[in-house]
Structures are given as C-alpha cells and as structure tokens.
Design a binder for this molecule. Structure first.
Ligand code: GLV
Ligand code: MN
Ligand code: MN
Length: 412
C-alpha cells in the first residue's frame, strides 16, 4: 500500500477553515451552534461530499462521515475530533484530527486499499465547554455518559436551553437516539496536537497516548453585599470579589501543594456584578477546572477547594455555593489501538513517545464504549488555546500518515 498524504491540500483546508471564525485572524473563535459553527460544518460536509463520502448527523449534531467497508455488518473503525474553538483560540486544536482524518481516508482510497470494516470520520459536537459549561457534549451523549434528561437541563449564558439552541441550529431529533449501540465501533483513534511542550522539547515527532487525565469543573457563586465604593466603610464590607480573589488563590494553592506535577487547577472565568468602578462587587461567578491523572488526588484537591471556600465564606461573611458541572474518571487507552499506532510509527521508521494526555478529548468518552487511542503531533512551544497555536505542515502530514496506516491496520 502506497500512502500519499496531500500535505498542501490538508494545510490549505486548515487555513480555509480557520477563516470561518468570529475573531480576526490568526485568532479563531467558533462556539457551538453559532452561525459561524454552522457555516464551518457546512463547509466540512461539502469537503466530505466532494470526497464521495456519505454524511449523517445525529440529534445533537455529531456528524458521521462513512467510507463503507466490504463487510457492512462489521463494526466500524472511527476517527475524528472537533472543530468548535474556544474564544481567541488557534487553528489546530481539534481541526488537525478532523481534516487529518478526512485526508487519511482520502489517502487510503487513493492507495487502492479496500477496508473490510467501514472507516468513519466523526465530527463531535461541542468538545469545548464554552457554551454549555460542559466539555465533550457530543461524545458524552454518544457514550451514554450524559443522559438526555441531564442534557435537557443544560443552558447557555443567555438562558437558552440546549433543546432551544440545537433546534435553532436545525437539530430536532430525539436525544434518546444519540447514544451509540454497544459494539458500534471496533476501535476509535483520534489525531490531535499535543497542546503541551514535551514532543517538541524532546524532538520526538509523535506521541502515542496511553491515558487521558481526569477533568472536573465547578461553577462557584459568591454572594456578598454591594454598595457605594466611597461611602461604605471598610469594616462594614462584604465584598464578593475580595472573597473570590482569596478563593482563586486557594484553587491555585490546592494544586501547587500536590506532590505530583500532573495536578493542575485553573480559574478561567470570573464574572463580577455589577461591574462598576465605584460599586462594591455584590456577586461573583467563578468557573474552576481541576485535573489530574490520578482520580483520588484530583478529588482530594476538590475537597480542599470546598473547605477553603467554607473558611473564606465564614471569615468574610459572604455565601459561597459551588455546583459540580462534571467530575470524570481518567481513561486508559486500549492496547489494540496503542499497538496499532506504535506499529504504524515503526513501519514508517518514526520515533514516538508513549505519553499521557493532560488535556481532555472526545476520546475520553469514546473509551467508555470502544477500544480507543490517540496520536499526538508537536505544537510550537506547546501553545494551545491561544491564537499563536501552531503545528508545522510536516508534523500534521506525518501524523496523518500514521493515522491512515493505523486505520488501515484496524479496518482490515
Ligand atoms: C480541551 O479543550 C481541554 O480543555 O482539555
Ligand atoms: Mn480545546
Ligand atoms: Mn481539542
């Protein structure tokens, strides 16, 4: 089999998709079910149709692009990722796996390979938590990790329900139909940029992921007392933002105090009400993201944050309520996929690093229903979730080549 990746087509597709954005280049912002996301989806579906592939969408907008194998009754081999992008993001997060997956299928088709198992490219809905506060919406539902009832309770910042938002985007089917039947996939493999610096630092072109860290997130509401910034004396204050500031540092300290470098915690959202320079903040909403490769250690950090919150609330006479949005278990990648990826690297004489994914991915949830693995390519300085995220054409093409080889091995 002679696999040839069309590097210039792939890079030009990545550049074209990056222009479908709500922020000016090089930043990419593409939040799920916005007109921009729908435009990007339409563009992608046209690319897939041009490659002669059949496209179907489920009720939450997960998009399945199928190259039928010779045994239609056999479970498919899946690949794919996401094209939604957080505010002020880069071009490659998710996109490398979607367009790389499409290119891998095209390369396999052009090589004359004929799969026994169908090969299916998956575009997951809302891997990013931007709109509904919870990441991996599509894959959570495909795997049955998020029930239709729980999904119906999700709301965006404008108080629109998931059902309203998806309906406006043209997805009206019953959410009960989203969960995939047992055994739908023989295996699933996701190509992604590393989003960290290890491959680049160690000058290793590929990472074969062995496990995915466990993410959790909290929404924290702090309620104090507002008032005039000039007239309310300091001893009388119950400033919600000052309490929030202490809590933000407590979140950081809880992770820093961990014995392991794998423990990380971030407060990425802080909304202050009423947000006037001469008004004491009466309400603050924080969102915290806590992760670890070890579930017990991650949960211990969450307990520390909870008790820090109680102490701060008592000391500052404010109320602090936290809502757990998600607390997921880590995933171990399946030996069959790890082996297929490693063999594919060896076949092309490419060095690879077995590694942990500290970012979460739809593969975290796909691993609940299918043998799953991931392939990482380097990204410059390890930057991701920022406009200067960059992966070189050679690295993207190399990852795509190994992906194609792996899909072929799994699909025959
Ligand atoms: C995915 O985008 C993550 O935050 O890990
Ligand atoms: Mn991301
Ligand atoms: Mn991603």
């Amino acid at each position: 089999m002679n696999l040839e990746i069309d590097e210039s087509r792939l890079v030009s597709q990545i550049e074209t998709l990056a222009l479908i954005s709500d922020t000016e280049a090089p930043a990419v912002t593409r939040v799920v079910f916005t007109p921009t996301d729908l435009k990007a989806r339409a563009w992608l579906k046209a690319q897939c149709a041009e490659a002669g592939l059949a496209v179907r969408e489920d009720a939450i907008g997960n998009t399945f692009v199928r190259w039928a194998g010779s045994d239609l009754a056999a479970p498919a081999v899946g690949t794919g990722s996401h094209i939604d992008a957080i505010p002020n993001a880069g071009k490659y997060d998710g996109v490398a796996g979607v367009l790389g997956g499409l290119e891998a299928i095209r390369a396999l088709q052009q090589s004359g390979f004929s799969p026994k198992h169908s090969i299916e490219l998956l575009l997951f809905t809302s891997e990013e938590p931007t709109r509904f506060g919870i990441g991996c919406l599509g894959s959570r539902m495909l795997s049955g990790t998020l029930s239709p009832d729980a999904a119906c309770k999700l709301k965006d910042s404008e108080d629109a329900s998931l059902d309203q938002v998806r309906g406006r985007a043209g997805f009206n089917g019953k959410l009960e139909t989203v969960k995939l039947p047992i055994g739908y996939y023989k295996a699933f493999v996701e190509l992604h940029i590393e989003q960290g610096p290890l491959l680049e630092r160690q000058r290793i072109p590929l990472g074969v992921v062995t496990s995915i860290a466990a993410p959790a997130s909290l929404r924290i509401a702090i309620e104090g007392s507002g008032g005039h910034a000039g007239a309310v004396l300091m001893p009388d204050r119950r400033d919600a933002l000052c309490a929030a500031a202490e809590l933000v540092l407590a979140v950081e300290n809880a992770a820093r105090a961990s014995a392991a470098l794998d423990t990380v915690a971030t407060v990425g959202i802080c909304e202050v009400f009423p947000g006037a320079v001469n008004s004491i903040p009466s309400r603050v909403r924080l969102s915290a993201d806590i992760r670890d490769t070890d579930l017990q250690r991650r949960d211990a950090v969450m307990r520390k944050i909870e008790s820090a919150g109680q102490a701060i609330a008592g000391k500052r006479q404010v109320s602090i309520r936290s809502e757990l949005l998600n607390a997921d278990a880590p995933a171990t990648c399946a030996p069959i996929v790890v082996e297929a990826l490693s063999d594919a690297c060896r076949k092309h004489s490419l060095n690879f690093l077995p590694m942990v994914s500290r970012a979460y991915h739809d593969s975290l949830f796909m691993s609940r229903i299918a043998p799953t693995g991931m392939l990482f390519i380097p990204c410059r300085n390890g930057y991701s979730h920022r406009p200067d995220e960059y992966a070189s054409p050679e690295d993207i093409a190399r990852g795509t080549l190994v992906l194609a080889e792996t899909l072929a091995a799994l699909a025959q």
